[in-house]
Design a protein around this ligand. Sequence first.
Ligand code: AMZ
Length: 341
Amino acid sequence: MPLARAWTAQRTTCGHRHFERIGEPCRSGERLVELAAVLQRSTRILVPLLELKNPELWLSGWRQLPEGEEPQTGEDGSHSPPLARSTAMQIIPAIDLLDGACVRLHQGDYDRVTRFSDDPVAQAIEWQRQGAERLHLVDLDGARSGEPVNDSVVQAITAALTIPVQLGGGVRSAQRAEELLATGLDRVILGTVAVEQPELVRDLARRYPGRIVVGIDARNGKVATRGWIDESTVEATELARSLEGSGVAAIISTDIATDGTLAGPNLEALAAMARASSIPVIASGGVGDLADLLALLALAPLGVEGVIVGRALYDGRVDLAEALAAIGPARLQDAIPPSIA
Ligand code: AMZ
């Protein structure tokens, strides 16, 4: 589909704003298109190409200008108030714990481990210092064995931070979930039991509103369990659909094939997960750079409200502060370069 030359945004305090396509900087795989604000000479916005190509993903308020209608210039040339921020996404750094250390696995494979830090508490404090608003913890030993293994580290991290912390991996009973919620964790993530004991998830979600999250980890569209070693016959989207109305706070949707690969998130799978229910979706797996995060932003209107970032943060490919400025709640529009002002 050819890209239109001009768009107009309607959801602002001052009526219509018009934008014009100014080029494709090809920062990463030609994913980004820049739109210049015609009325607002001082601002520029970056819109993921995916969003522009697929009108279904357009943010509310975007519409293509009708044929022949040109974007108008400002009457007095003065700066208008900034464009209303129509969307943002929470960026959640991940700390995966294996034998007390902070690691990343490649596609969840316990034989392909990269060790990033032997001091997960210091690492957690560092993510908080850099602006994280929430931390994602996984007890990888727990996910594999079904038993808690890294509790002392988890507790030290929770005690050291002021931001909310969520934990998944090996939470297989109501008692265990309740214990964790009582020790200062904001949310617990249930994966295997969501497939094996769906009633347990519903019961906990009813009793702990806003604090139960379901992790749906998919390989070829089917849910994997027990450290992703077992494969079920349950479709990931079907599981998401079945959770509608259960009261779970969010679904963390992980695409195992992309997890730990930096290859870019599986946007189609995420869009399908978001459409399967009205439960907010947190994207997990595959983020490799800032362009990936911007591409994900296009899914925000579908209900993707957050993204878990792991390896890309540890490798330094994504700078947390920069990512927060690009897609986080305080997301700013960048100043227009003098060459096109
Ligand atoms: O990387 C893995 N092999 C892995 C992983 N990251 N296996 C499980 N997990 C995570 C899931 C979810 O957050 O993404 O553990 C949690 C699920 O654990 P359980 O024990 O409830 O299935």
